[in-house]
Design a protein around this ligand. Structure first.
Ligand code: FMN
Length: 352
């Protein structure tokens, strides 16, 4: 028997002029959150999505990567563009370019824990340098403030030391004083990378500290129930789903269901087929067939976990080397779902 669920009241969330009816965001995910993934997330209920992090210098220097980053499509809104770098002087011009290109929000990355990134004084490294970090926030803010909201993404510090926590709050308070519209906090330290849990009690502390300023929470959001729990336990204004939405765009609808007091449903095989097919077609449209195989495979491996034969389907996707292989996996494992991959009309189906 279905458990009776309470309708959870929640406030709308604002990031500058953008208002969200429900506080569920698709996080920035390097190597994943490209246009196809963002389209799927939005289609299944995410209110706001972020592009993967990009280097300020890549946005400024002419090149193929730059034009790809600066191509924002009409159906991809609201979308956040996230910048990372080490030279404060480059951030302003890069933020301006991204705003002009059509990103709705400019987000600054003070969280990336990758060794090479830290070695180049970028990302999470800046959590140990409050003056430089706030110089960056100020420059980005000055460059786009008239037209665009600015946000910051932070881990809870470099490490567990008291100095690290002091630096965190100096940057947090300084960023809000400059005028940022929201801060996303991932409850792990940079030193922790992904080992161990995200400390949600830290998120409660941050939210209590900032009062009515907008805090989005991040870390260990692997299910709709976890997202609800984070909102209820920590008081954050919204959640940014990261690893938990790779190959799982349904999580956004499921959070909506929980918020509305409905029982969340798992995707049927037919819904799985449709989502992967949409993702695949979008990837071909965005990246061309060869790159689409490589890029969609990383998502398909995760989509496979919803299939009744998860290991065999995952292995089949891993072995797909070209478009024909990929299509064959879909036909072999999902065709009984009632979707015909040859005549499916991507984008015209309604979501559950
Ligand atoms: C593969 C991968 C790529 C990521 N890329 C970014 C990124 O580009 N920008 C960013 O701010 N965070 C990035 N993150 C961090 C996530 O947005 C999120 O904060 C983190 O994964 C914690 O959430 P989770 O435990 O629910 O996955 C990335 C995480 C992973 C696993």
């Amino acid at each position: 028997m279905c458990e009776e669920r309470k309708n959870h009241s929640h406030n709308t969330v604002r990031i500058g002029p953008i208002e969200f009816d429900v506080p569920i965001v698709q996080a920035a995910l390097s190597g994943y959150s490209d246009l196809p993934m963002r389209r799927l997330a939005r289609r299944y209920g995410a209110v706001y999505t972020l592009n993967e992090v990009v280097l300020d210098k890549v946005v400024i220097q002419k090149g193929r990567k730059r034009s790809q980053i600066l191509s924002v499509t009409d159906d991809d809104h609201p979308v956040g563009g996230q910048l990372m770098g080490s030279n404060p002087e480059q951030f302003g011009p890069a933020a301006y370019e991204m705003a002009q290109a059509g990103y709705d929000v400019i987000d600054i990355n003070f969280g990336c824990p990758v060794k090479k990134v830290l070695g180049r004084c970028r990302g999470g490294f800046l959590l140990s340098q409050p003056t430089a970090a706030l110089d960056i926030v100020r420059r980005v803010f000055d460059a786009v403030q008239e037209t665009h909201p600015v946000t910051v993404k932070m881990r809870r510090g470099m490490d567990d030391s008291a100095e690290s926590e002091r630096n965190f709050f100096e940057i947090l308070d300084g960023a809000f004083a400059i005028g940022v519209s929201a801060v996303t906090v991932h409850g792990r330290t940079v030193a922790q990378r992904y080992i161990g849990a995200s400390q949600w009690t830290f998120l409660s502390k941050v939210k209590q500290h900032v009062g009515d300023k907008v805090i989005l929470g991040s870390g260990d959001l692997f299910s709709a129930e976890a997202c609800m729990r984070m909102i209820q336990e920590t008081g954050v204004d919204g959640v940014t789903v990261a690893r938990g939405c790779i190959g799982n765009p349904w999580v956004f609808q499921q959070i909506r269901d929980l918020l509305a007091g409905r029982e969340p449903a798992s995707p049927t095989l037919s819904e799985q087929h449709h989502a992967i097919l949409c993702h695949w077609r979008y990837a071909i449209e965005c990246h061309g067939e060869a790159a689409a195989v490589r890029k969609t495979r990383t998502h398909a491996i995760k989509y496979a976990s919803h299939h009744p034969e998860p290991i065999r389907v995952r292995d089949a996707f891993v072995g797909a080397r070209n478009a024909a292989d990929f299509q064959a996996v879909l036909d072999a494992w999902y065709s009984s779902s009632g979707y015909s991959s040859s005549n499916d009309r991507v984008g015209e189906e309604t979501v559950r």
